[in-house]
Design a protein around this ligand. Structure first.
Ligand code: NAD
Length: 250
């Protein structure tokens, strides 16, 4: 594929002209950090059928399987460091260009790249810790691992005995309304919306780029393969996200 030098130059200009950028990220910003995405060949989707929230809630056996799967993934990605996309986006936040990072990722890498937590809207939660689904008490992943290894049972809350789950949103699990409302607010207020490294197939998150555009933002989609929303975007860059952003943000 030919390097999109002209498109990257155009993105650089759009970034220079913009005053309120929102970066919306998906699993593609973290693949260069060694975290597999969902749908690419060899991605998570092709290895495991996702466990639906209703299955997790209704079966202790499924909860145990979900935790074991999670630990395998955690071991695979523990120690991952932010990549070029994370660093470029952090730079946009630090220099006051970007108001928010809306992410579908659960890997905590935007935080690790230096973006203040209050600027990050995590649509699908955060996998670096766990929460009780009844009383919301935080539990650590290493604690859950010890419980699973010692008892061969899924962990329950130390305070109320409720079901403990990674602090992520599973398929079929309702997304907290305030999180989506915050994302809508950021998308509505921005003048440049960068959708980066997402197949734009998971809803309602995938509706945000076009909503932002309807609310007046210029929409740029950066992904190494086409998405169903490319035809609506003002600029599409089908290229590596890290390479694109590190060249466009300087
Ligand atoms: P996705 O896997 O559906 O899409 C990722 C897209 O990024 C794909 O189109 C892929 O071709 C592209 N891509 C991969 N590497 C790239 C690169 N270097 N440069 C440019 N594009 C690249 O992921 P999604 O849209 O984020 O949706 C999947 C769901 O899975 C999300 O809800 C997310 O929570 C979850 N997920 C998160 C992580 C993570 O936290 N890192 C990893 C896998 C899945």
């Amino acid at each position: 594929m030919k390097e999109p030098a002209r498109e990257i130059a155009k993105l650089k200009r759009l970034i220079e002209e913009a005053e309120k950028i929102v970066a919306f990220t998906g699993a593609g910003v973290s693949t260069e950090c060694g975290i597999p995405d969902f749908r690419s060949p060899g991605g998570l989707w092709t290895k495991y059928k996702p466990i639906e929230f209703s299955e997790f809630m209704s079966s202790a056996e499924t909860r145990l399987e979900a935790w074991r799967r999670y630990f395998r993934l955690y071991d695979q990605v523990a120690g991952a460091k932010p990549g070029r996309s994370h660093r470029a986006i952090a730079q946009l936040v630090m220099n006051g260009k970007a108001t928010h990072v809306i992410t579908q990722n659960i890997d905590n890498l935007h935080q690790e790249s230096g973006v203040p937590p209050e600027k990050i809207i995590e649509l699908h939660g955060n996998g670096s810790f766990a929460k009780c689904l009844s009383c919301e008490r935080r539990h650590e992943i290493q604690w859950a691992r010890r419980v699973v290894e010692d008892s061969h049972q899924a962990p329950t809350c130390v305070a109320c005995g409720g079901i403990v789950k990674t602090a992520t949103i599973s398929f079929g699990q309702p997304m907290p309304e305030h999180v989506m409302a915050e994302a809508h607010g950021a998308a509505e207020a921005c003048d440049l919306f960068l959708a980066v490294g997402s197949s734009l197939k998971v809803f309602p998150a995938a509706s945000l780029p076009v909503l932002a555009q309807r609310w007046g933002a210029v929409l740029v989609i950066i992904n190494n393969e086409p998405t169903d929303f490319d035809e609506f975007a003002d600029l599409v860059i089908n290229w590596d996200a890290g390479d694109t952003l590190s060249r466009a943000v300087s």
